[in-house]
Write a protein of this length. Structure first.
Ligand code: GTP
Ligand code: MG
Length: 452
């Protein structure tokens, strides 16, 4: 065999070995709106792209990382990495735009091999696939187990108490007065759907409530026909209600069923059930600042979100989707807003808030880890104070953010920290690792258990 031919053959064998050893890890990143998902994924790609210079350089297995390729072509619904970088590195620096849909990232990593395989293999490759999706979509999971009448009953219960009662105002009276078997007035349904959507928005913005159903009314995502998102709960209806063709009941029930069976179930089928690991991001500080009702609602929302990771109990769910997530990272985000000595307390308060749900998830065989994170550090510590720039203002402020209790009290009454609207630090550039807290710990967790 000629030398060239032999070299070609060796290269071919090597490529084949690479292909065989290429592993794929699929990570879901989720959180409720403004939890910090887009900033987190942007920083994650940035840390990988700059692995030789950031904290990753000294961490196993990243010290063997040879090259990183972020794939921006041929990907359905790509994550807006360049847009996010543009905002962050602008003058003045801005946070990325809020996102409304799911998006994907595909990153190829090549590692130098170690140990006995070193001579046999050229490199080891790993495909990291990241799916960013709104946590609100998981709030719809309970709908899979409900029929329309049960949902109406549940909504009647929710709207009977403040703050939802006050926020629903005259719309609630109208929904209570509608006779389910009466003929549908299409114009009124349209108006009521708009009012219901507005009501959900106000629940979120005015009262900090997080359990807002149906989730897609707030974040429709692409590919959902708008007229299918047109139904409301009939508050006078119950599980035994009925209505002939063309009635309020029949029309709303049919659309609810479509929503449940195609939109909610479709998402679980197509995306969720393929994930290996999940990162759940939680902005714990804003609700601690907002007070007890916001914490109460965050608790309810996170419990509902975590339902999707409670295996062994949820037999219908498992029968439908055969989920196989083996690890869950629960992360308090934006912890640069408190002094470093208190960041772990923020994480502890988050874990206190959802203790029972986390035990259930662990009990189902999922490994749960907690990381207090800051994807991009916007504040720096000086003594007991923080120094940061504020959104919309030039210059710097020096302030004391207030303290975080070591544990969350059971009644959820806390003296929250003082939060200011921080702008991103100046001078961020794609080719420099962004300042952060514990993104390296989280990246190690992602690769933990891979055969590298
Ligand atoms: N101080 C600080 N603020 C952050 C950090 N990450 C995110 N933020 C703030 O949180 C806001 C929301 O962050 P995003 O990354 O857009 O959150 P998201 O979950 O993608 O939000 P949606 O797309 O609206 O659901 C940002 O605009 C910042 O104000 C961080 O690491 N530190
Ligand atoms: Mg986003």
């Amino acid at each position: 065999m000629g030398v060239l031919k032999k070299a070609g053959w060796i290269e071919q064998a090597r490529q084949q070995a690479d292909r065989l050893t290429a592993q794929r890890i699929r990570i879901g990143v989720t959180g409720l709106s403004a939890a910090g998902k887009t900033t987190f994924i942007t920083s994650l790609i940035n840390q990988l792209e700059n692995h030789q210079r950031g904290l990753l350089a000294r961490r196993s297995p990243f010290e063997r990382l040879e090259s990183v390729r972020w794939q921006k072509e041929n990907l359905d619904r790509p994550f807006p990495y360049l847009d996010a970088l543009q905002s962050l590195s602008g003058e003045p620096a801005q946070w990325p735009q809020s996102t409304q849909d799911l998006s994907r990232v595909l990153i190829d990593l090549r590692f130098r091999p170690q140990g006995l395989l070193r001579k046999l293999q050229g490199t080891q490759t790993l495909k990291l696939e990241i799916l960013d999706y709104p946590g609100e979509w998981l709030l719809d999971l309970p709908l899979l187990r409900m029929n329309y009448g049960q949902w109406c009953e549940q909504m009647r219960g929710w709207l009977a108490v403040d703050p939802r009662r006050a926020l629903s105002g005259a719309m609630r009276d109208r929904l209570l007065a509608l006779e389910p078997s009466a003929g549908l007035d299409a114009e009124e349904l349209k108006a009521l759907t708009e009012q219901w959507t507005d009501f959900l928005k106000r629940c979120r913005s005015d009262a900090g409530l997080a359990r807002n159903q149906p989730g897609r009314f707030l974040l429709p995502g692409s590919g959902v026909a708008a007229d299918m998102l047109s139904f409301v709960p009939l508050l006078a209806a119950n599980q035994h209600s009925m209505g002939g063709p063309g009635s309020w009941w029949a029309e709303c029930e049919a659309r609810f069923n479509y929503y449940r069976d195609y939109i909610v179930k479709g998402f679980y089928d197509e995306h969720f059930s393929r994930l290996d690991r999940q990162v759940l991001l939680v902005d714990m500080l804003a609700p601690m600042d907002a007070g007890q009702p916001a914490l109460e609602d965050l608790k309810g929302a996170l419990e509902a979100v975590l339902e999707s990771f409670r295996y062994g109990r949820n037999s219908l769910f498992e029968k439908l989707f055969k989920p196989r997530i083996n690890g869950l990272a629960v992360c308090a985000t934006k912890v640069d807003q408190v002094i470093p000595g208190q960041q772990r307390a923020v994480q502890q308060c988050l874990e206190d808030l959802i203790t029972d749900s986390l035990s259930e998830v662990r009990h189902g065989g999922v490994d749960v880890k907690g990381f207090p994170l800051s994807a991009i550090r916007a504040a720096r510590q000086e003594g007991e104070a923080l120094v940061a720039g504020l959104v919309g203002q030039a210059g710097w402020v020096r302030y004391q953010p207030g303290s975080i209790p070591e544990h969350l009290p059971l009644d959820l009454q806390v003296n929250g920290p003082e939060l200011l609207r921080l702008r991103p630090p100046p001078g961020l550039h794609r080719n420099e690792p962004f300042p952060h807290y514990r993104m390296d710990d989280l990246l190690s967790w992602i690769l933990d258990g891979s055969q590298l």
